[in-house]
Design a protein around this ligand. Structure first.
Ligand SMILES: [Zn+2]
Length: 128
């Protein structure tokens, strides 16, 4: 059974946890990382609930960003032999954060919608 964390991190539909929320994979077409399916291709869950529905995804995306930055700072601290200047750390953190923007965007949206829909096992091709 796929967990809710699997659903969020792989950007799967929160209800069936099988259908992709986004049209293209990040590796396939990175420039179109924002394009979502209108509905889940497996269970037909409406992924465009209403205008402004995903505003709250900014908070989820922010939380993922903070976790990533904390991991980076801890890794720099543990792996570095000497002290780095604050400028060097800021450049590394900013670079990594910008590179991860498409990932955080997607995780933010899939995390946000996962807050409002529960998993159902038998929802394939259902229109609930
Ligand atoms: Zn689905």
């Amino acid at each position: 059974m796929k967990s809710i964390m699997f659903s969020v991190l792989s950007c799967k539909c929160p209800r069936c946890r099988e259908g992709n929320m986004f049209k293209y994979s990040l590796l396939e077409r990175p420039a179109k990382f924002m394009e979502m399916n209108k509905a889940c291709p497996v269970c037909n869950l409406n992924l465009e609930q209403e205008p402004g529905y995903y505003y709250g995804a900014m908070f989820v995306s922010y939380a993922f960003g903070i976790i990533e930055l904390a991991v980076i700072l801890i890794a720099i601290k543990l792996l570095s032999k000497g002290p780095f200047s604050i400028e060097t750390i800021m450049i590394v953190v900013t670079f990594v954060y910008v590179v991860l923007t498409p990932v955080n965007f997607r995780w933010g949206r899939s995390g946000w919608i996962a807050l409002f829909f529960r998993h159902h096992k038998n929802t394939k091709k259902a229109n609930l």
